[in-house]
Design a protein around this ligand. Structure first.
Ligand code: F6R
Length: 600
């Protein structure tokens, strides 16, 4: 995803912009640039490739000024190149802007502008915006930006500067996240809180439709009619230290290893052992409302969808729907869209979200924050286990309101209290997982099978391997294997069974027999103390025994580690562009690639 940062204050803007862009590197990008108002006009510096190259360019040819904007681009319209890198300027070179999102009617607007005499310098949809603002009417710069955006269809997070109004950044948000960093005599704008942390932890999250004006003297948030809006100032939960890699080679491994702490943080202060229930203050679902809930719909994409599948129970066909939107970032467009549709249909919406202040968190009626800390690695790991824990807390809370026995509640609470330690013990499997990765690092296919609550864990294991190692992997319900995927089995295709000792264990074992009968290689993720598989499984990794409902929090960890180590062994290093895979940049954010979620 592309990244935006802007600065206005009394310091040199360029180093602050480069530092902010560096904090957005983990999202993946193919080019980068800055534009600074230097007292005489707009000066831009752009590179195709790494931010370090932009830093070097700025050292050779510095730009001076205390107001500027910067961008990391992931190509959508037009090839990745210096020319197509942002910032983009209008015909006069006096208006410069950076943009995240997609302008859907860019072709039509461009043709119209070209007929009116505008000359385009790039192939991007973004440049259209600069020309629209160039022609727009208005008494002030912000009025011109508002008027310029009027014919635009699509999504944008936008930051614009103009020679005619030095010392001012105008920003606009529709469908692409933006926030303002509030410092002392200085203000920043960014698409991600990490980019402003160097200067401040106080932020204002903008809503869709907001316009904001930043100067060294303050900021104003406006609506489309230029009326001033009230927006709260929030604190960013984490600090710069949390964003550091420490002694880990990659963020993915760091985040896998952080899971005892992230799971503990998701549980902190939320378990009530005597009452055998959970305390979820932000849920906004008092007992009377819980009693009225007849049906729960869970929304989520990718890994968050897998978490939702674990949390799913048999649906009741009754009115009175509660919608639960699960998202690490809180910005995933498809989840957000579905959330809005659910709200419009009258459903109450609960968000299970990691990023505080994100759009889903703000648009939901209540929710549970994961408090898992920033997830920088592209492959979601610690957010997944925290999502599972949040879903368990939610189920416990709802269950106790709706007839779950006190004793059953207390048992669940006791086991949840043990969970961070069980996660820590599971991480001790790492050397064994690394050895397994060495054995199967060159396999071209892998199958992941599971039943019940561990079927989504099989899906998640396969997703991690595909995403990070570029190995074809399929997650399947174990019972379905014989209906087709069994044809793939050979002696170099690992078949990973997620098989803790639970009520469906015996059935999973019979599926293992089927694989063995065809000469397949069985990797079993099972529970400690289980001696049954000694002769059946080629490799056995045992996680601590726990309640079946909690087992996915543990069984997924060896699968995360397996994907990570196979990726490292295969030397996978690449990233995906905003829309399509493109092996261009490298970074320390993941062994396989940099974070590359679909643009919100
Ligand atoms: C997979 C992964 C993605 C995300 C998905 C949803 O490792 O990271 O599949 O889970 O893009 O993202 P969020 O949870 O931020 O809505």
């Amino acid at each position: 995803m592309c990244g935006i940062v802007g600065y206005v204050g009394s310091r040199e803007a360029a180093p602050i912009l480069v530092e902010g862009l560096t904090r957005l590197e983990y999202r993946g990008y193919d080019s980068a640039g800055v534009a600074v108002l230097n007292g005489r006009g707009v000066e831009t510096r752009k590179v195709a490739g790494r931010i370090t190259a932009l830093g070097e360019l700025l050292t050779r040819t510095p730009v001076h000024g205390a107001c500027g904007i910067g961008h990391t681009r992931w190509a959508t319209h037009g090839a990745p190149s210096e020319r197509n890198a942002h910032p983009h300027v209008d015909c006069t070179g006096t208006v410069a802007l950076v943009h995240n999102g997609i302008i859907e009617n860019a072709e039509i607007l461009r043709a119209r502008l070209e007929r009116a005499g505008h000359r385009f310098a790039t192939e991007t949809d973004t440049e259209t915006l600069a020309h629209l603002i160039e022609d727009a009417p208005g008494a002030t710069f912000e009025e011109r930006v508002i008027a310029g955006l009027a014919p635009v269809e699509g999504t944008y997070g936008l930051a614009v500067i103009s020679e005619a109004d030095p010392g001012k950044i105008v920003v606009a948000r529709r469908g692409s996240p933006l926030l303002i960093g509030v410092g002392a005599g200085e203000y920043l704008v960014a698409s991600d809180a990490n980019a402003v942390l160097q200067r401040t932890r106080s932020v204002v999250y903008l809503n869709d439709g907001d316009i904001a004006v930043l100067t060294p003297l303050g900021y104003r948030v406006l609506d489309r009619a230029a009326r001033v809006q009230d927006r709260a100032v929030d604190d960013i939960e984490w600090d710069l230290e949390t964003l550091a890699l420490g002694h880990y080679p990659h963020f993915m491994l760091k985040e896998i290893c952080e899971q005892p702490d992230s799971v503990r943080a998701t549980l902190r202060g939320r378990l009530l052992p005597d009452e055998g229930t959970a305390r979820l203050d932000g849920l906004n679902l008092p007992p009377a409302r819980c009693a009225r809930v007849q049906r729960i719909v869970i929304l989520g994409c990718g890994t968050s969808w897998h978490a939702g599948l674990v949390g799913r129970r048999k649906p009741l066909r009754l009115p009175g729907t509660l919608t639960v939107a699960i998202s690490q970032s809180g910005e995933t467009a498809d989840t957000l869209e579905a959330l809005r549709a659910a709200k419009a249909a009258g459903s109450t919406v609960i968000g299970i979200v990691n990023v505080v202040g994100s759009t889903i968190a703000r648009e939901a009626d209540g929710g549970i924050y994961l408090h898992a800390g920033p997830e920088i690695g592209v492959a979601s790991t610690k957010a997944f286990t925290s999502q599972l824990v949040a879903l368990l807390l939610f189920a416990l809370y709802l269950g106790r309101q709706r007839g779950l026995a006190l004793a059953a509640g207390r048992t669940l609470v006791r086991e949840l209290e043990r969970l961070p330690d069980l996660v820590a013990r599971t991480l001790e499997l790492e050397p064994a997982v690394r050895a397994l990765a060495e054995r199967y690092g060159d396999a071209r296919n892998a199958l992941y099978l599971g039943r019940g609550v561990n079927f989504p864990v099989a899906l998640e294991g396969a997703l991690k391997l595909k995403e990070i190692s570029y190995v074809h992997a399929e997650g399947y319900p174990a019972a379905e294997m014989k209906h087709g995927p069994i044809a793939l089995i050979d002696d170099n295709t690992p078949v990973v069974f997620v098989a803790p000792k639970d009520p469906v264990y015996a059935k999973v074992v019979s599926n293992m027999q089927e694989v063995k009968a065809r000469g397949g290689r069985v990797v079993a993720i099972t529970s400690e103390g289980n001696g049954d598989l000694r002769r059946l499984a080629d490799h056995q990794l045992s996680v601590p025994a726990t309640l079946p409902l909690l087992s996915p929090v543990l069984t997924v960890i060896p699968l995360q580690l397996l994907a990570y180590h196979i990726a490292v062994l295969r030397g996978c290093r690449s990233s995906r562009s905003c829309g399509s895979r493109r092996p261009t940049t490298t970074s320390a954010s993941a062994p396989g690639r940099t974070r590359s979620r679909p643009p919100p």
